[in-house]
Ligand binder design. Structure first.
Ligand SMILES: Nc1nc2c(ncn2[C@@H]2O[C@H](COP(=O)(O)OP(=O)(O)OP(=O)(O)O)[C@@H](O)[C@H]2O)c(=O)[nH]1
Ligand SMILES: [Mg+2]
Length: 274
């Protein structure tokens, strides 16, 4: 039955199936009324259904959002890893530090003034086995910013006359004296220091003068030694340092050597200091 009109009842699904025939298609000309909207899935219902049950060929927008988000996170992690690796290499893999400069020094002073004892302590060696130096001995004394190759010349009477044979190639001088020695020995030490200060191979070099044995009650003060040794007129215009010291205070000895290294590096060109 085909009925036209506003109040006509809408054919049901059974009627439509009957009109379409066994194949389910509706032939032209014999077409019944167009299929009512209710028989087809509603757009809204379709949309809802497609989101709830995505077809395997077309992933849902939510799934695509999820994929994009996880890609972003992975990319961020990769950038972080590269940053951390670069920082680590910058901090830890700088390569070896530059080599420390080395200076060749000669160390002189009367026998018993304490040359070997001080140098041994600076090299962290035990000073107990120290014996008088017959001839010379060489020690490489390490400091934070330099290595000093110190050639110590024995200070006994029969060795001192050969000192000048060993001056060549020196870049600086360490003179050690016993601040508590006898007047005679002090005078001998003064003469030896004056000879060294005026020697052609040493006169232009920086001098470190160590007034050792300061722990002894009889030790002269630095001011007394400076006056007795006539350092002001003799060493004027030269680079020299006079410092009190003893085996008991190796930090002070190290500080004195640091000043000498400054002079060797010509960082400080003041002619004299106390
Ligand atoms: N009390 C005291 N004794 C020291 C000091 N420095 C060195 N001595 C002692 O002095 C003695 C001689 O020390 P050395 O280091 O052999 O003296 P040196 O100048 O090398 O002597 P030579 O090698 O013979 O030229 C040792 O018994 C040291 O322990 C010091 O500051 N105070
Ligand atoms: Mg010695």
């Amino acid at each position: 039955m085909v009925t036209r009109g506003g109040n006509a009842p809408v054919p049901g699904a059974a009627a439509l199936r009957a009109a379409a025939g066994p194949g389910g298609s509706v032939r032209a000309g014999t077409a019944p009324e167009p299929a009512p909207r209710a028989a087809q899935p509603l757009p809204a219902a379709r949309a809802g259904t497609s989101r709830a049950q995505p077809s395997p060929a077309q992933p849902s927008p939510w799934y695509m959002d999820y994929l994009r988000m996880s890609e972003c996170i992975q990319l961020s992690f990769a950038v972080c890893r590269i940053g951390i690796y670069t920082c680590f290499r910058g901090l830890c893999c700088k390569g070896p530090p530059p080599p420390r400069p080395e200076y060749d020094l000669v160390c002189i002073g009367l026998t018993g003034s304490g040359k070997t004892s001080l140098l041994s302590r600076l090299c962290s060696e035990s000073p107990e086995n120290v014996v008088s130096t017959t001839g010379f001995s060489i020690k490489a004394v390490p400091f934070q910013n330099a290595i000093l190759n110190v050639k110590e010349l024995g200070g006994a009477d029969n060795i001192r006359k050969y000192w000048s044979r060993y001056y060549q190639g020196s870049q600086g001088v360490i003179f050690v004296l016993d601040s508590a020695s006898s007047e005679d020995d002090l005078e001998t030490a003064r003469n030896e220091l004056h000879s060294a200060l005026q020697h052609p191979q040493l006169c232009t070099l920086p001098f470190l003068i160590l007034a050792n044995h300061q722990d002894k009650p009889a030790a002269r003060s630095v001011q007394e030694i400076k006056k007795y040794f006539e350092l002001e007129p003799l060493a004027r215009g030269k680079r020299w340092i006079l410092k009190p010291c003893s085996l008991d205070d190796m930090e002070a000895v190290k500080d004195s050597f640091a000043l000498l290294i400054n002079l060797l590096e010509e960082k400080d060109l003041e002619p004299s200091r106390m």
